[in-house]
Ligand binder design. Structure first.
Ligand code: HEC
Ligand code: HEC
Length: 163
C-alpha cells in the first residue's frame, strides 16, 4: 500500500512537470501576455492546476480579484482566456492518466485549494507554512520553489525556509 502511494505520487509529479513545460513552451501571444500581465503581484501561477470553469470565474472577477483590481484590456483578456482554455487541468495528462481522480469539487478559485495541489503537498505540515513568517501561505509558491517565477517547480529546486 505504501509502495503504491509512493508510485502514484511519483508519477503524478513527473506528469505535472511535463505539462508545465509544454504549457509554458507554447509560443503564443496568450502565454506571453499571461506571463507579463499576471505576474505583477505574484508569480504567474501554473495553469494546469485549475480547470476551465475556475479560470473562467477568475477572469470574470478581475475587477475584484482577492480584493485587488486586476482588470485587463478586453483584447488582452481574450488572448489570456484562449491560452487558459487550452492549457488547464481539464486537458492535462494528469486528468486523463488518473481518470479524473484529482478532480476538485465545485469551482475552486485557488490553486492551493485544489485536490491536485493538496495531493502533491500532503507531506508538508501546516505549521511550516501558516506559522512560518517566511512563507505565510501556500499561495506564495516562490517562498519554497526558487524557480517558480520562471515556471520551474523542479524537485531539486525546492526548499521550505527555516524559521
Ligand atoms: C493587482 C495585483 C494582482 C494582479 C495584477 C493579479 N493578481 Fe492574482 N492575486 C492577487 C492577490 C492579492 C491574490 C491573493 C494572494 C494571497 O492570498 O496571498 C491573488 C491570487 C491569485 C490566485 C490564487 C492563488 C492561490 O492558489 O492561492 C490565482 C489563481 C490568481 N491570482 C490568478 C491571477 C491571474 C490569472 C492574473 C492575471 C489575469 C492575476 N492573478 C493578476 C493579486 C493580483
Ligand atoms: C511551504 C513550501 C511550499 C510552497 C509554499 C509551495 N510548494 Fe510546491 N512543493 C513543495 C515541496 C517540498 C514539494 C516536493 C514534494 C514532494 O516531492 O513530496 C513541492 C512539489 C511541488 C510540485 C511537484 C514538482 C516535483 O517535481 O516534485 C509542484 C508542481 C508544485 N509543488 C507546485 C506548487 C505551486 C503551484 C505552489 C503555489 C501555488 C506551491 N507549489 C507552493 C513545497 C512548497
Amino acid at each position: 500500500m505504501i509502495k503504491q502511494t509512493f508510485i502514484l505520487i511519483f508519477s503524478l509529479v513527473v506528469l505535472s512537470i511535463g505539462i508545465e513545460s509544454s504549457a509554458l513552451a507554447a509560443n503564443s501571444s496568450g502565454v506571453k501576455l499571461y506571463q507579463s500581465e499576471c505576474s505583477d503581484c505574484h508569480i504567474p501561477y501554473p495553469s494546469n492546476f485549475l480547470g476551465t470553469q475556475s479560470w473562467d470565474a477568475l477572469l470574470k472577477g478581475l475587477d475584484n480579484h482577492f480584493g485587488d483590481d486586476a482588470e485587463l484590456a478586453p483584447e488582452d483578456l481574450a488572448k489570456i482566456k484562449t491560452f487558459l482554455d487550452n492549457n488547464n487541468y481539464d486537458q492535462s495528462r494528469i486528468k486523463k492518466y488518473y481518470h479524473g481522480r484529482f478532480d476538485s469539487p465545485g469551482t475552486p478559485l485557488r490553486i492551493s485549494k485544489t485536490v491536485l495541489f493538496k495531493a502533491i503537498h500532503h507531506e508538508i505540515s501546516d505549521r511550516w507554512v501558516t506559522k512560518n513568517p517566511k512563507v505565510k501561505s501556500f499561495s506564495h509558491c516562490d517562498a519554497c520553489h526558487r524557480g517558480a517565477s520562471r515556471g520551474s517547480f523542479d524537485e531539486d529546486d525546492v526548499r521550505v525556509p527555516r524559521y
